[in-house]
Each structure stands twice: as structure tokens, then as C-alpha cells.
Design a protein around this ligand. Structure first.
Ligand code: NAD
Length: 358
């Protein structure tokens, strides 16, 4: 039995998680599995009900689950609030309380969406990579940090890139473990020609790589990685990098494949995992049954793979999505000429229908 904590959040978060839950229930039914779902309130919905973005009760539900599925938080209604009590604080709290240090974004090109990419068909066709970003260390958290006044009246802004051996080891271990389940290649991205923190990064990744002799490792400077993602993205399998470089490269890699409504993600720690679409609560289309639920449904596929080790079931969700797209069904964000436009709930139903047909 697997315990899943469902946190729909706000706006389209509620709509897309509803569709993902249909998929979870179908997977359970056809494979005779038991998924125990517990719902919690988070984000603006929690502010409305309890005055804070996340309560201890919701945090407890998340902590006592095997995996968390989150929709999205935020919206115009709460934008006037102080930063300390904004809906988005709930995400930071969840990430820190659950100690989620590895952020994963798969970048996979669905054959029927090749035309939606801004790059040439022959460059993007067949892209299938995983970007693994360190999430709790590096320059976003290092000290000293701040802005100080100088005696001559100027100001000085400081941030510090810091990594310890332990932080690099644990993310490198994850990269090699995932690569083993894929095409067995890790590209570690750094700036070891300039930065000491990167020099340590490279040394530690090299040390960990010795434990995985069946996985190929390459080291790449971040400027070159930014170029290769555009020039030859199919050369990558698992890319692992620091918080700052990963922040930038994961967005670049994600955009190779098209719409934000298609992008799933996972944030993993040693004991907890949170799965969520990359997009936000989309207040402009919320409540209209227009949202694309596929990013959240693909986040469920990641959950099956990475939290429950149900690799084939993860694959079956992805191929169901692929077949629905191949039949020409599209939500409005990925609509193109000659295709059939359907709603958020219809898209959920189509994926449910396809599961286990393949
Ligand atoms: P957004 O991702 O919500 O929306 C950006 C654009 O993409 C909008 O035009 C929206 O309609 C469209 N879009 C997004 N997801 C879609 C989907 N599944 N299907 C179809 N179209 C989709 O980003 P934003 O507008 O910058 O932010 C809106 C709110 O969401 C803000 O309050 C922001 O803070 C919050 N946010 C939350 C998260 C999160 O919960 N992880 C992430 C990003 C933004």
C-alpha cells in the first residue's frame, strides 16, 4: 500500500490534480494496487481557511506520506499580502521541512508535439533527458550574503557559492542511480576552470562515479552545456548540476520541448518526495476547465518510477499520454491546426481510457 498526500492548492492546481487522481485510481484498479490518498489544504486556500499558507496538520500529512502530489499555489487574490504570508511560502516550507535537496525535470519530446518546438525537428526529435538540480545549497543559501554600504557611498552586493562534500555526494549518488535505470550516462556540469566550489564538485562527482563503473561520466563547463543543449540535446541522458546552474539550464532544457502545461517535476530527499507540474496556478484560465493536466499526470508517472519503483507503470502512464496526443487531442495551450480541442477533464478522461490499452 502506498500513501499519497494530495495538495491541490489554488487556481488550476485544483483542476489538474483532480485529473491526476483519476489516473492514480485507474492505475490502482487495473494493477490491483492500493493507493491511500489523503488530501490537504495549501497555499491561498489555506490562508483563506486558516490564515497561514500551510498548517502543521498539512505538513504532518505530507511528512507521513510516501509521496506528495502538489498542484500549484498562488493567485492575484493574495498578491497584496506580505511575502512572509504569501501562498508561495508553503512551497519553501514543504521543501525545507521534507529536506528535498534534488530537483528532477525530465525533458522528453513527444513525437506528436515536435512541431511545437522552436528548434528544428531533427535536433529535438527523440530528446529524452533528465536534469538533476541541487536544490538546497549553493549560492542561494551561502553566507556571507547581503548588500552593504561602503564608506565612499557605494553599495556592495555579496552572495557566496558554497558546497560541502556531503551535499555533492548525495546529489551525485542520485544522478548515478537514475542513470543506471536509463541510458547509463551522467554529464556533470560545473565551472571548475574558474570556481573552487566547482573544483570540489568535480572531484567529488569523479569519486562517486567510481562506484558506478557501468555508468559513463563526463564533465562539462556550464557555458558549453548551455550551447550543447541547443546544438545537440540528444547527447544528454542525466545532467547533474548545482542550484544556480540547474535553475538556468533546467528552464533552457524544458523549453526545448514546448508548452509549460506539459512539464512535470519531482523534488526528492532521502525520506520524502514531492511531485508537481512546473507551471503555476494560472489565474487567467482558472475555473474554466481549460488547463492542460498532462504536466501533473506526467508527475504521477515520475512518482510511480522514483518513489514506488514501479517503472513499468510509470512507462504505461507516459505512453498513454503519448497515444492521446497521437490521436490529435489537445488542450488549448498546445492546440494546433487540424487537432481536436478538448477540456481539462476530457483530457484526464482520455488518458484514463488509454491506460493499459497499449
Ligand atoms: P503560470 O505558470 O501560472 O502561468 C503562466 C501562463 O501559462 C499563463 O498564461 C497560464 O494560463 C499558462 N499556463 C500555465 N499552466 C498551464 C496549464 N497547465 N495549461 C494551460 N496553460 C497553462 O505562471 P504565472 O502566471 O507567472 O503565475 C501565476 C501564479 O502561480 C502566481 O501566483 C505565481 O506565484 C504562482 N506560481 C506557483 C508555482 C507553484 O505552485 N509551483 C509556480 C509558478 C508560479
Amino acid at each position: 500500500m502506498y500513501n499519497i498526500c494530495i495538495l491541490p492548492g489554488d487556481g488550476i492546481g485544483k483542476e489538474v490534480t483532480r485529473e491526476a487522481v483519476k489516473v492514480i485510481n485507474k492505475i490502482a484498479a487495473v494493477n490491483h494496487l492500493v493507493f491511500k490518498l489523503q488530501e490537504g489544504v495549501v497555499g491561498g486556500s489555506s490562508i483563506d481557511e486558516f490564515g497561514i499558507p500551510i498548517t502543521d496538520e498539512t505538513l504532518d500529512k505530507a511528512k507521513h506520506s510516501d509521496a506528495v502530489l502538489l498542484g500549484a499555489v498562488g493567485g492575484t487574490k493574495w498578491e497584496h499580502l506580505d511575502y512572509k504570508v504569501r501562498p508561495e511560502r508553503a512551497l519553501l516550507k514543504l521543501r525545507s521541512e521534507l529536506k528535498l535537496y534534488a530537483n528532477l525535470r525530465p525533458v522528453k519530446m513527444f513525437p506528436s508535439l515536435v512541431a511545437a518546438s522552436t528548434l528544428k525537428k531533427e535536433v529535438v526529435e527523440g530528446i529524452d533527458m533528465l536534469v538533476l538540480r541541487e536544490l538546497t545549497g549553493g549560492i542561494y543559501f551561502g553566507s556571507p550574503k547581503g548588500i552593504e554600504k561602503l564608506p565612499d557611498g557605494q553599495e556592495r552586493g555579496v552572495n557566496t557559492e558554497v558546497y560541502t562534500t556531503h551535499e555533492i555526494e548525495r546529489i551525485a549518488e542520485k544522478a548515478f542511480t537514475f542513470a543506471r535505470r536509463r541510458r547509463k550516462k551522467v554529464t556533470s556540469v560545473d565551472k571548475a576552470n574558474v570556481l573552487e566550489s566547482s573544483e570540489l564538485w568535480r572531484r567529488v562527482v569523479t569519486k562517486i562515479s567510481k562506484r558506478y563503473p557501468d555508468v559513463a561520466v563526463e564533465h562539462m563547463y556550464v557555458d558549453n552545456a548551455a550551447m550543447q543543449l541547443i546544438r545537440n540535446p540528444k547527447s544528454f541522458d542525466v545532467m547533474v548540476t548545482s542550484n544556480l546552474f540547474g535553475d538556468i539550464l533546467s528552464d533552457e532544457a524544458a523549453m526545448l520541448t514546448g508548452s509549460i502545461g506539459m512539464l512535470p517535476s519531482a523534488s526528492l530527499g532521502d525520506h520524502h518526495a514531492l511531485y508537481e507540474p512546473v507551471h503555476g496556478s494560472a489565474p487567467d484560465i482558472a475555473g474554466k476547465n481549460l488547463a492542460n493536466p498532462l504536466a501533473t499526470i506526467l508527475s504521477v508517472a515520475m512518482m510511480l518510477r522514483y518513489s514506488f519503483n514501479l517503472m513499468e507503470l510509470g512507462e504505461s502512464v507516459e505512453s498513454a499520454v503519448q497515444r492521446v496526443l497521437a490521436k490529435g487531442y489537445r488542450t488549448s495551450d498546445i492546440m494546433s491546426e487540424g487537432m481536436k480541442q478538448i477540456s481539462c477533464s476530457e483530457m484526464g478522461d482520455k488518458v484514463v481510457e488509454e491506460i493499459n490499452k497499449g
